[in-house]
Design a protein around this ligand. Structure first.
Ligand SMILES: Cc1cc2nc3c(=O)[nH]c(=O)nc-3n(C[C@H](O)[C@H](O)[C@H](O)COP(=O)(O)OP(=O)(O)OC[C@H]3O[C@@H](n4cnc5c(N)ncnc54)[C@H](O)[C@@H]3O)c2cc1C
Length: 375
């Protein structure tokens, strides 16, 4: 039976960044993807923000990979003509009660090493963003936006240049541990089944990553790997030029929430998006339609800091689904990025719960996985 060195399942931004990192002339690397192209799921349904690392628990993989990923992404964009903009971002307090939450956020960001953070008073906020109403803001200059599609294309070309193959229309159907390798069962677009052996298996299957961990024989309940899905809807604004907002504007995040609160982001074409919100959904009901009846709630949330906004300025945009480990009871869950050696599966590397800031963290996660492979 044919044997390859490394098989990566999932051609989203995580699988592709890992392929670009681990591919080497003397290694056979395959990326297996069930869709007919790359980035068809979460990697093309997000805010495209290069986060700066203020929110995540100090010492966590989320914090470390976000801070490192932020720096590497700007370098990659600069060197490879990938469209991006270092817009900066304001997290705004619109009520006195929120000021101490902003101060804790500042403390957390400083502990994580987020560069350039500072508090701004009302007058300074007005100077930067005349249309934004807030009493205090936390300013993060290293936040930006990126063309994710172009980033994924860059990872693909880098992976292919180093000899990796990306195979579309191929769905992983099963995986069995053998003596020194894993047998991987694939179904192609013609419903033909085939299998091969791989020395290392990397699970980057996003929303499906817990199922794939189960396929090899890992007890996902016991390991606490069961994913929940949290849907985020977006609305877009007609006539975005009307507001002249040039930075991303976020509210103070909800203490127990999954998302960062309904915020205002810019895209590279000059558009303005509001969202995403965050709602747990049933895993069997993946539906990317945006619920238009939320328009009023979105408008009210953003009016707190952009009072000139009117409900008729909004129209539905896209939705994305977060693969999250955090349940209602948890205060924080980190990314799972792990060689499952201790469970009896050496060389089986799980990446589970790669929600935000996964896009930002992608090049740093790739380096981390490469270290796991190289021991
Ligand atoms: C609403 C929202 C907003 C976000 N905003 C940001 C942001 O602004 N900044 C940021 O840094 N991060 C953000 N994120 C997080 C970021 O988008 C994700 O962390 C990242 O896209 C995850 O990439 P991935 O490759 O793990 O998953 P995906 O892009 O979902 O890729 C997984 C791939 O695996 C494939 N697959 C699954 N099962 C199989 C199988 N059996 N066989 C073959 N292929 C399979 C799928 O088809 C898919 O292509 C956001 C996420 C959401 C949902």
């Amino acid at each position: 039976m044919e044997e390859v060195d490394i098989t990566i399942v999932g051609a989203g931004v995580i699988g592709l960044s890992i392929a670009a990192q681990v591919a080497e002339d003397n290694r056979t690397v395959f990326v297996i993807e069930k869709h007919d192209s790359f980035g068809r799921e979460t990697s093309s349904r997000n805010s495209e923000v290069i986060h700066s690392g203020i929110y995540y628990r100090p010492g966590s993989l989320k914090a470390k990979t976000c801070i490192q990923g932020n720096r590497i992404l700007y370098e990659i964009c600069e060197k490879n003509n990938i469209p991006y903009k270092k817009t900066g971002k304001l997290v705004v307090a619109t009520e006195n009660l929120e000021i101490c939450q902003l101060e804790s956020l500042l403390k957390n960001g400083l502990e994580n090493g987020t560069p350039g953070l500072k508090m701004l008073e009302k007058k300074e906020i007005k100077q930067l963003e005349p249309d934004v109403e807030a009493i205090v803001a936390l300013y993060s200059p290293s936040t930006g936006i990126i063309d994710t599609h172009k980033l994924m294309e860059y990872f693909i070309s880098r992976a292919k240049d180093k000899g990796a193959d990306i195979v579309y229309n191929s769905e992983l159907k099963g995986i069995n541990k053998q003596q020194e390798a894993y047998e991987v069962f694939i179904r192609d677009a013609d419903e033909e089944d085939f299998s091969f052996l791989t020395r290392v298996f990397i699970n980057c299957a996003g929303l499906n990553s817990d199922n794939i961990a189960r396929m090899v024989g890992i007890d996902i309940k016991e390991s606490d790997y069961t994913l929940k899905y949290s849907k985020g809807d977006y609305f877009r604004l007609y006539n975005p030029g009307r507001w002249g907002v040039s930075r991303l504007v976020y509210p103070v995040p909800e203490a127990e929430g999954v998302g960062l609160g309904i915020h205002l982001t810019l895209d590279l074409a000059g558009g303005i998006r509001l969202g995403p919100d965050a709602n747990y959904i049933c895993k069997e009901e993946i539906d990317y339609n945006v619920d238009e009846s939320k328009k009023e709630a979105f408008c009210q949330a953003v009016q707190k800091f952009l009072p000139s906004l009117k409900i008729d300025d909004l129209y539905p945009d896209i939705a994305g689904i977060r693969p999250i480990l955090k349940g209602h009871q948890d205060d924080f869950r980190d990314f799972v990025i792990k060689d499952e050696r201790d469970k009896g599966f050496p060389g089986f590397i799980n990446l589970i719960g790669i929600e935000s800031p996964g896009l930002t963290s992608s090049p740093s996660i790739a380096k981390y996985v490469n270290e796991l492979i190289n021991g």
